[in-house]
Design a protein around this ligand. Sequence first.
Ligand code: AVI
Length: 317
Amino acid sequence: TMPLTALNVPERRSGPPSDFERELVAALSARPRSISPKFFYDTAGSRLFDRICDLPEYYPTRTEFGLLADHGPDMASHFADGADLVEFGAGSLTKVRLLLDAWERPGRFIPVDISAEHLHQSAAPLRAEYPGLEVLPIAADFTRPLSLPAAERRVGFFPGSSIGNLGPVAAVRFLRQAAQCLPGGGLLVGVDLVKDPATLHRAYNDAAGVTAAFNRNLLVRANRELGADFDVAAFDHYAFYDPLQQRVEMHLVSRRAQTVTVADQCFEFAEGESLHTENSHKYTVEGFRQMARRAGFTPGPVWVDDARLFSVHWLAT
Ligand code: AVI
């Protein structure tokens, strides 16, 4: 006869649980419930993020792109000849082209991104466009220690205000680690600025609902990858700016009481209960420079658009 335990037990995926499974289970077990925004970026999530970047309300991408287009040569003049360029959270590799075009003697290009398939799909056309450039993509979580190809000099590029998704403590930790792996160089980093709350609110509550879909994709991903059973439509996208903490918070708020199963464990959501999915911190120019100093960088020039929406900092090591 079959052992009793073999009956009615859903088949478990073999091998150890993924980071996503462990962190989602931990998030759902805690109060308040909160999970790292890095789990947004499966292939579908990276595509949704690319759509966010094109939204009329989402000013950061367009504004930073304008700064890179206008000041690329000035920015790239800080890059040492032949240094390796490491891009953290490289995404679709659109912005780095402006630096590569402006940099006279580039070394190798090392894009790092957590979204492996998206990264490799983005690297292919870049290689075709820059045939002389060695492109060495690394699919990894850039908040963890990285093993980079040996190089005498490296410069870093961290665009998009992804640093804002870390929070001040983790941001300093990241910057310290970056300073250590960028010898004889520095970091070019894009940082979203504090501004009027209405502009921020619109940027995270777009009329087309793409940001809402991006937020809910976390649950779609859990259903697909972890066999979870979130009723995705029963969660509201909720994003707001908190001027005290100078950050936008994104949440998924349960519209009704519901029970969710993840990795064979049951979790209750009360009506109105939230899963906190992202913080997006905003900085003043001076506030960010102080943080960079604390991490061991020497802040250099800063480029800011006329409307003071966004900043790009050169931080020397
Ligand atoms: C990637 N990161 C900087 C974006 C941000 O604005 O914090 C992610 C995002 N979340 C909602 N819209 C965009």
